[in-house]
Structures are given as structure tokens and as C-alpha cells.
Ligand binder design. Structure first.
Ligand code: PRP
Length: 209
């Protein structure tokens, strides 16, 4: 049988995930010396390094069995894979923010909100019954209110320093975020025992660490 494939989000979550695998006792030497390789063996597993949205795509379609990805991307994409475990790291939150001193809710004019997460932003304002124009921005979304392009942003806040250093403040917290483990629906049926063991090992390791 093929090795179980674990899709791992490159970047911020990667280091913590490799530490977690090390704590379980997996041989992470290939992952630690990966160079530019994108598929790395780790004991009986294969680790695939991908961007967050692609982790979800690969797991949803069964190209990978398991994925480690932020709740932010899961919520934004409407992921259909099973969400099995909260890893408790990669903690941050979705928040609505605007320029310091601006009163976002004041008045009856049309409001424009910029976000890398348009679905999250849309759902947030729908649930408030507010009609807001959402514009998708690819990165450094803090620029939008500074350029008078948007009245506010919906974005990830971790330490808060990006907001602070750009004269922006949180108006409202929307949702807490952390790294999650997702599993392909068919894999969960076909490889249940092996996947349950892996999930159990990860659950134990996150409790200890
Ligand atoms: C994220 C997010 C904020 C920043 C928040 O951006 O979009 O800009 O991190 O972190 P902080 O609260 O600790 O300052 P990222 O670094 O992923 O870059 P990007 O905006 O270019 O996507």
C-alpha cells in the first residue's frame, strides 16, 4: 500500500509541525534538510509541502490523506475534508480593523472592506445584516485603509504589531484561529486504523508540548 501522505502548510506552521513530528519520535532528518524538495519521507509517511489552500485541495481530492493547515484557510475555503484535531499552535484570530480614530459603523454610506478572506468577511457582515462591499486583496491588506481604498479590513491578527505599526486598530474580533489536522473522507474509511493511530500520536504530543 502507498505510504500515508501528509500535506503540510509551508511557512509559519511548518516549523511547529516538524517539532511536533519530532516529539512523536518520527525521523524528521529529511524534512530538516529538505533543500528545495517538496516531497520528503518521514518514517513510513510521505510529507508533502504545499501552500495552505493547496493543502486543502490535495486532501479534499485524495492526493494526500492528511493535511496540517490553519483554520483560517479551512473557513475561507469551505473545506469538505474531515477536521479531526486542533493542534493548538499557529494561534491568531480573524478581526475587523480600521484606522485609529475612524468610526467604521457611523453613518449610512456604503462601506468597503478589503480582505484576503472575502468569504469570511461576507459571512461576518451577513450575520450582522449589513450590506458591505467586500474587495479581495492578496496580501498586506493593511494598505487598503491607509490608501483610502477601504473603510476597514478583515484580516488575521497574531501579535497585533502589523496593525499597530500602521496606525490601525481592532474594531471587533471575529473568530479564533489555530492549526488543524484534516483528513480525506475516503482515506478515513479505507485506512482508518493507521490514521487513528497517527491522530492519537499527534493528540498526545500536542498535549505534552
Ligand atoms: C499576516 C496578516 C497580517 C499579519 C498579522 O500577514 O495578514 O498582515 O500577518 O500578524 P501580526 O498581528 O503578528 O502583526 P502575512 O505575514 O501572512 O503576510 P501577507 O499580508 O503579505 O499575506
Amino acid at each position: 500500500m502507498n505510504p500515508i501522505r501528509i500535506a503540510l502548510t509551508k511557512g509559519r506552521l511548518e516549523k511547529r509541525a516538524v517539532e511536533l513530528f519530532g516529539a512523536i519520535g518520527f525521523d524528521c532528518s529529511q524534512l530538516l534538510n529538505k533543500g528545495r524538495r517538496l516531497i520528503l519521507p518521514m518514517d513510513s509517511y510521505e510529507v508533502v509541502l504545499a501552500k495552505a489552500q493547496d493543502v486543502i485541495t490535495y486532501v479534499e481530492h485524495g492526493a494526500c490523506d492528511v493535511g496540517l493547515v490553519g483554520k483560517d484557510t479551512i473557513v475561507e475555503s469551505g473545506c469538505t475534508a474531515y477536521e479531526m484535531l486542533d493542534l493548538g499552535f499557529g494561534k491568531c484570530r480573524f478581526a475587523l480593523a480600521c484606522r485609529e480614530g475612524a468610526d467604521f459603523y457611523h453613518g449610512y454610506h456604503e462601506r468597503v472592506v478589503a480582505s484576503k478572506y472575502p468569504h469570511v468577511a461576507k459571512a461576518f457582515f451577513e450575520q450582522k445584516g449589513m450590506d458591505v462591499k467586500i474587495i479581495k486583496i492578496e496580501g498586506s491588506v493593511e494598505l487598503a485603509p491607509l490608501l483610502d481604498f477601504a473603510h476597514a479590513i478583515v484580516d488575521i491578527v497574531e501579535t497585533g504589531s502589523t496593525l499597530r505599526e500602521n496606525g490601525l486598530v481592532v474594531i471587533e474580533d471575529i473568530m479564533p484561529i489555530s492549526a488543524r489536522v484534516i483528513v480525506n473522507q475516503a482515506s478515513m474509511k479505507l485506512r482508518r486504523a493507521a490514521l487513528e493511530q497517527l491522530l492519537e500520536e499527534m493528540a498526545v504530543a500536542v498535549k505534552v508540548n
